[in-house]
Design a protein around this ligand. Structure first.
Ligand SMILES: [Cu+2]
Length: 116
């Protein structure tokens, strides 16, 4: 930590923020926001539209016996294969409606509505 702070002299406030983020932003931080769950079951995402706030994390749990993906064009992201019984999560940092689908079964579509 001392070495990290020593590098901070030129832009003290920016660096302090970075240090704080490094401390506060650890994966098990509660301050990061709520965690929501989307269940993938019966070849569909439940709920169809999930409402979340910026900073929240969404966990997709695949309860089907076939693999699925969580794939979006804007912002662009892709879970890759989520095997049966496995899960995948993503944190949403900016507001807006995010439409996603399953790359293996493109008829499977749903949204995350991210508010502020
Ligand atoms: Cu699928």
């Amino acid at each position: 930590m001392r070495r990290l702070l020593a590098r901070c002299k030129p832009r003290w406030s920016t660096c302090l923020a970075a240090v704080l983020l490094a401390v506060v932003g650890s994966p098990d931080s509660v301050a990061a926001g709520k965690t929501h769950t989307v269940v993938i079951e019966g070849m569909a995402f439940h709920p169809q539209t999930l409402e979340a706030q910026a900073g929240d994390t969404v966990v997709w749990i695949n309860r089907d016996i076939v693999p699925h993906t969580v794939t979006a064009a804007s912002p662009k992201f892709d879970s890759g294969e989520i095997a049966a019984g496995r899960s995948w999560s993503r944190r949403f940092t900016s507001a807006g409606k995010v439409s996603y689908y399953c790359a293996y079964h493109p008829v499977m579509k749903a949204d995350v509505a991210v508010g502020r």
